[in-house]
Design a protein around this ligand. Structure first.
Ligand SMILES: [Zn+2]
Ligand SMILES: [Zn+2]
Length: 192
């Protein structure tokens, strides 16, 4: 289960998390606290994280919050859905890039969580797109090799470039995965 670190407190109210929500910068807040921070500023713009100042373009409530639980939980979940609908759809390219490590880490935790299985369709799509994007990049890079003058350069440079392209393939796959997972979370907590 993806939950705030135990023993940690909300940086807004300095109490234990109440209806915890995680932002796309990886920081946790009480649902009401982060909504209050947003409402105290310019509401037409995404809230800035009080800890790292990055724009919050997605708020993900902890899976323990159940909207049937009580009225407060229901209201927080509704407000978060509205927030995500308003700001979650079009983060800038830079924001998406910054968020990649967060979504990959979170995706891994969800994959390994036996209690909260990711939808089967998503698992299948992930496997398919990882393999297809890896193949696509490998083909592109090998064409690049054949066409490039690198073969006349020394082994050492060639080795470095070889390492670089593996790295590039991995980075592309991670960016792709992070974007897919982001879409899934947005669907879950704000509607497409
Ligand atoms: Zn709080
Ligand atoms: Zn933050």
């Amino acid at each position: 289960m993806v939950m705030p670190p135990s023993g940690d407190v909300c940086c807004v109210c300095h109490e234990r998390f109440r209806l915890p929500c995680q932002a796309n910068c990886s920081h946790w807040f009480c649902g009401n606290c982060i909504l209050r921070v947003w409402n105290s500023g310019f509401v037409l713009q995404p809230c800035k994280c009080p800890l790292c100042r990055r724009a919050i373009t997605l708020l993900i409530p902890a899976s323990t919050i159940n909207e049937d639980h009580d009225r407060e939980a229901y209201q927080v979940l509704q407000s978060i859905e509205n927030y995500n609908r308003q700001f979650g759809r079009n983060p800038s390219l830079i924001q998406r890039f910054q968020d990649v490590p967060f979504f990959i880490r979170r995706l891994l935790r969800e994959f390994m969580d036996p209690q909260r299985a990711l939808p089967f369709v998503f698992r299948a799509r992930t496997a398919l797109s990882v393999s297809s994007s890896m193949i696509k990049w490998m083909v592109l890079l090998s064409i690049g090799y054949v066409a490039s003058p690198f073969d006349i350069l020394s082994e050492r440079i060639y080795g470095f470039v070889g390492f670089l392209d593996d790295f590039l393939v991995l980075v592309m796959v991670f960016i792709h995965l992070a974007n897919m997972y982001r879409g899934l979370l947005l669907n879950r907590h704000g509607g497409a």
